[in-house]
Ligand binder design. Structure first.
Ligand SMILES: Cc1cc2nc3c(=O)[nH]c(=O)nc-3n(C[C@H](O)[C@H](O)[C@H](O)COP(=O)(O)OP(=O)(O)OC[C@H]3O[C@@H](n4cnc5c(N)ncnc54)[C@H](O)[C@@H]3O)c2cc1C
Length: 480
């Protein structure tokens, strides 16, 4: 816990109203969207300017106090969960849009600005912000930068790193730096590229310059229903093989469809289908109809039961809501669930989904699949009941085996949710000791005292500046 002197020092920087340290109130910050593990911070502080963030970090650096940045807390790998009683630096009060330059397609926002609000603010000018995580109505752009977040439309348009051109960042020593360039590529090492996706371990992002895009002239949205999940998976690879790059290509399996149809976003999916593909194509008015026809052709060649074009905006919105609200909808059929996030080559979709079904049987837990199929980015949602600790253990084991499967087929342990604490042990499954040491040395350059979000991403103490992570020892129940 913080001593009285530190509490007073922090209050001097941000004001009394911007510091929480009462145990009852900081309890709300004991986890993020990864709820399988919890631990409390020593305090939560709400700076309102870059200068305040810098003064806070300088104080923590001088006094050896560990800290971590936090946005909306929707992260799914535990990146914003304290592991060493860190002080949480919440960026939610830095939530302004600082400037919009329509002529040059740029916007500058503070880190606590909510992703969807950017598109809403610029829509009347015919613009939008492309990265669209399903959590976009609440997650912050600062959190997106830290996680290098993806989303449904990242298949064609690229993930966060492709849309951030410059940032202001407070380093773990308290120094304020500007990385990247508003226009053109920065000369020298790509330090912006290093910070994007670093999960809040290399500093605190306090200002972000992003690209904004003109809305496409025409958008067509198709919903394809399949009797067999293999046919849906094969369709995804076939579309890309045909040279079609949809703006989005999302898949939901039977269990997911059942859950969303029980939610507020009831589409009325037939009970006996195994999978749905939500496919969107966009571009110039003149060509989009032809591409949509090609999509129908590929689906038909893969035994689709029906494939329909959205008749109007209301139908399109409903289809998208049923996809984007699929994670929360799983709460209708299961007390708790773990969201996994692995990447595989698209061509392995059929094989990997079969294996996931086998693992689900083996561990005796239901797994719902809803994911960015076009990117090969899987999200198996593992259903369990947290009131039964043995079930939680089985869910974690099942998740771990899915991640290993992804690596074994040539993929990766995370597509967009980050490593955080959830996948920390799996870093050693993907990388050898030399790779991990190299990453650790890089981290040390930014954070020589190891105070900035310690215990995340890298599995064991790799250098003198790094703190040891907590070890979760999971054993396979003898019945499996
Ligand atoms: C229902 C649901 C659907 C989701 N769908 C998607 C999806 O489609 N695609 C996707 O990519 N993710 C998705 N996510 C995961 C999550 O929303 C993203 O990772 C998001 O970017 C996290 O943003 P946040 O503001 O909530 O960050 P937080 O959870 O608060 O923090 C995430 C990480 O970023 C760091 N961080 C936060 N702010 C800063 C900052 N200003 N500077 C430096 N580091 C910082 C934190 O330390 C932490 O490590 C989903 C989550 C939920 C709950």
């Amino acid at each position: 816990m913080l001593d009285t002197q530190s509490i007073q020092a922090i209050q001097c920087i941000v004001g009394e109203h911007n510091l929480l340290y009462d145990p009852a109130r900081i309890k709300a910050y004991d986890c993020d969207g990864y709820t399988a593990e919890k631990a409390e911070p020593s305090a939560v502080v709400f700076p309102e300017t870059t200068e305040q963030v810098s003064l806070l970090v300088q104080y923590f650096y001088q006094h050896g106090i560990a800290f971590l940045p936090r946005g909306a807390g929707t992260g799914l790998s535990g990146g914003a969960m304290p592991t060493h009683h860190e002080v949480i630096i919440s960026l939610v009060k830095m939530d302004k849009i600082l400037s919009i330059d329509y002529e040059n397609h740029r916007a500058v926002v503070q880190p606590g600005f909510v992703n969807l609000h950017l598109t809403q603010r610029i829509a009347s000018h015919g613009f939008y912000y492309a990265p669209d995580p399903s959590s976009q109505s609440v997650c912050t752009i600062g959190g997106n930068v830290a996680e290098n977040s993806g989303g449904s439309h990242c298949l064609k348009y690229g993930v966060t790193t492709n849309h951030v051109v410059a940032i202001k960042c407070v380093l773990p020593t308290g120094q304020i730096v500007e990385l990247g360039e508003n226009f053109g590529d920065a000369v020298g090492y790509d330090l912006l590229g290093v910070v994007v996706g670093s999960e809040g371990t290399l500093g605190i992002v306090t200002e972000i310059t992003v690209k904004i895009l003109k809305k496409p002239e025409s958008v067509k949205t198709l919903l394809a229903l399949f009797d067999r999940i293999e046919d849906a998976s094969d369709t995804v690879s076939a579309l890309i093989r045909h040279g079609i790059i949809p703006a989005a290509c999302e898949m939901m399996d039977k269990l997911t469809l059942y859950a969303v149809d029980k939610s507020h976003y009831h589409v009325g999916y037939p009970d006996d289908i195994e999978a749905v593909l939500l496919i969107e194509v966009d571009g110039l008015e003149a060509g989009v109809d032809d591409v949509a026809a090609e999509v129908v052709h590929v689906c038909t060649a893969h035994h689709v039961r029906t494939v329909n074009l959205a008749a109007n905006d209301a139908e399109r919105d409903l289809w998208w809501k049923s996809r984007k609200m699929a994670f929360p909808a799983i709460g209708r059929i299961s007390n708790d669930y773990l969201v996994q996030d692995g990447v595989i080559p698209r061509s392995q979709l059929t094989h990997v989904l079969e294996k996931i079904a086998e693992l689900s049987q083996k561990f005796g837990l239901r797994v719902a699949n809803v994911f960015h199929a076009g990117d090969g980015n899987l999200h198996p949602l593992i259903c369990y009941d947290a009131r039964n600790p043995e079930e939680l253990q089985r869910a974690v084991m099942l998740g771990q085996q899915i991640l290993e499967l992804c690596v074994d087929v040539g993929g990766s342990i995370t597509g967009e949710h980050g490593v955080g604490i959830e996948k920390i042990q799996h870093m050693a499954y993907m990388y050898n000791q030399f790779d991990l040491e190299a990453q650790s040395r890089l981290r040390y350059v930014f954070d020589p005292l190891g105070l900035c979000n310690p215990g995340k991403i890298l599995p064991t103490p790799q250098s003198c500046g790094d703190r040891p992570t907590r070890h979760v020892v999971m054993s396979i129940p003898s019945s499996l």
